[in-house]
Write a protein that binds this ligand. Structure first.
Ligand code: ADP
Length: 510
């Protein structure tokens, strides 16, 4: 457990938010811990405080600054696999903004202005109650916050799937308590805050993403107008080596814009890990043998790789684009090509492609049973079949070497791929847990040797991943530190987040 805070400090927080919204006993500390951290002890919070308004956030920041405390802002704190609600620095106070749930909807322009506590389910229900004129983009596991997910660069499956790219205007509380609004929001009363992303002068929205430069209290986001039609296909490919040609066939369609969503090519374990557990397939330790893989594929009727492609918008346009997709995919001779269509007014499938929040994919945390979870390893690659094949072969060999079951996907962006590797864990299996940390460090080293870096990482690896971004002796991190020193020299806000420490807390774990 972290050191308890002095009662006077807890009383100061309670005076701001009310005594029902401060959480500092042992059970509270446990509740905000990262249940999936490889080493629990590293990230114990001192407790949490839950404001309801921006003014309360400002007051909490002032108390923390006066008393030399660090705050760890979370929106809903559901960052599974990356640290959950836990702070990087043990002893920090979690600033839990899940009570702040206001939604401002501009239906004419298709934008929302959200407070951090708004969950994907909240926003979905809200839009549904107003006739679903706009669709959400949801991450595979949608139990978290819309704002929190965008701030950690979460992704979804519709054309609006790159969530951080759809941010338009932010309100943030800085470490000295100042409230700022970015972009057009800096012009008091501007009706264009959620319409023009850049404002006048430097544009700062992205400065608050994956950083610790401010506490985001409002975020503008663009929503996708509900499409008239959805068309696409679900494809299965038989052999590991089908990955390269598949990537080379999809990439130009994505770049040209014929395909506007971001397809994700995933391997055979995805379905199996969600609806079955490992012991239903084998009792042997080590990576799954080829016969087991074959049995899994047979049972679920899936390829080595599967991918779903979707087109959104006018039906006449989708029909024309579908013909292009069909020809490009047919040329690759997939094992299966299942078309799917939907038109406005018809019942809609509940899936990431229709922007419907789901939590079922999280079930893969139970693959090993026990206290299960997963840790991600997600380097960015170029959109090249050869590069992806080489990355797959290197990584798959490491999974076998470390006795891990391979679960991976290659997710398209506009110009890049994210190679998301899930490392499925069970905290009740010490032999498995002993291999996880060396395995992840090896993957980071292997990727770095190719010039690849991760786009997002668990608290445990933030310094290590920041260290791989090493051009000119880590010049970018020198800049990040200078900005941190200027804005927050005492590390009131999330010291260590994304490898950014103020000089006074350098190396952090002091
Ligand atoms: P979700 O509930 O969607 O998983 P989280 O609340 O866990 O999202 O947020 C993910 C990460 O983003 C947090 O660990 C934190 O580092 C950062 N973050 C979340 N909300 C805020 C915020 N309002 N201001 C600044 N940083 C935030």
């Amino acid at each position: 457990m972290a050191q308890p805070l002095p009662p006077a400090t807890i009383a100061a927080f309670a005076a701001i938010v009310g005594k029902d919204h401060v959480f500092f006993d042992e059970a509270d500390q446990l509740a905000y811990q990262d249940k999936f951290a490889i080493d629990d002890a590293l990230h114990h919070p001192a407790g949490a405080v839950a404001p309801a308004t921006v003014e309360q956030v400002q007051a909490i920041v002032r108390v923390a600054a006066e008393r030399g405390l660090s705050l760890w802002p979370i929106s809903r704190g559901k960052n599974l696999g990356y640290g959950g609600s836990a702070p990087l620095l043990a002893g920090s106070v979690v600033l839990d903004m899940s009570r702040m749930k206001k939604i401002d909807y501009d239906e004419a322009n298709g934008t929302v202005l959200l407070e951090p506590g708004v969950g994907f389910y909240d926003l979905y229900d809200f839009l549904k109650s107003r006739g679903m004129k706009h669709w959400l983009s949801v991450p595979g596991n949608s139990w978290g916050s819309v704002v929190g997910n965008a701030l950690d660069r979460g992704v979804g499956y519709t054309p609006y799937g790159e969530h951080a790219a759809r941010i338009c205007g932010i309100e943030a509380v800085m470490a000295d308590g100042l409230v700022v609004r970015t972009g057009m929001g800096a012009l008091d009363g501007a009706p264009t805050w959620q319409l023009y992303r850049f404002g006048f002068g430097p544009s700062w929205d992205q400065m608050f993403v994956q950083s610790n430069f401010g506490i985001v209290t409002k975020m503008g986001l663009w929503l996708m107008p509900a499409p008239e039609s959805l068309m696409g296909m679900d494809l299965e490919f038989d052999r590991p080596e089908d990955l390269g040609p598949l990537i080379d066939a999809i990439a130009p369609l994505r770049r040209e814009g014929l395909l506007q969503q971001s397809p994700t090519i995933g391997n055979w374990l995805r379905a199996a890990a969600v609806v079955t557990t490992r012991d239903q397939w084998t009792d042997k330790p080590g990576a799954l043998a080829d016969v087991v893989i074959a049995a899994i594929r047979k049972k679920f009727n899936v390829g080595w790789w599967g991918v779903s492609l979707r087109l959104y918008g006018r039906e006449s346009v989708n029909k024309a684009a579908y013909a292009v997709l069909e020809q490009a995919m047919g040329a690759l001779k997939p094992m299966a090509m299942r078309p799917t269509t939907w038109k406005a007014g018809e019942p809609m499938e509940a899936s990431g492609w229709t922007g419907t929040p789901l939590t079922m994919p999280m079930q893969n945390a139970n693959w090993h049973g026990g206290r299960g979870g997963h840790v991600g390893f997600s380097p960015i690659l170029p959109q090249s079949g050869a590069a992806a094949m080489a990355q797959f072969q290197r990584t798959y060999a490491r999974y076998k070497e470390f006795g891990m079951d391979y679960q991976a996907s290659f997710a398209f962006g506009e110009r890049h791929l994210i190679n998301v590797n899930a490392v499925l864990i069970n905290k009740d299996d010490p032999a498995l847990m002993g291999r996880v940390d060396p395995f992840l460090k090896q993957l980071i080293t292997d990727a770095k040797a190719q010039g690849y870096g991760e786009y997002r990482t668990h608290l445990d690896y933030m310094d290590a991943v920041a260290g791989t971004y090493d051009f000119n002796k880590g010049a970018l991190w020198q800049i990040n530190r200078k900005v941190k020193d200027a804005l927050d020299p005492n590390g009131v806000i999330a010291p260590g987040k994304s490898g950014i420490w103020p000089t006074r807390k350098a190396g952090g774990r002091a």
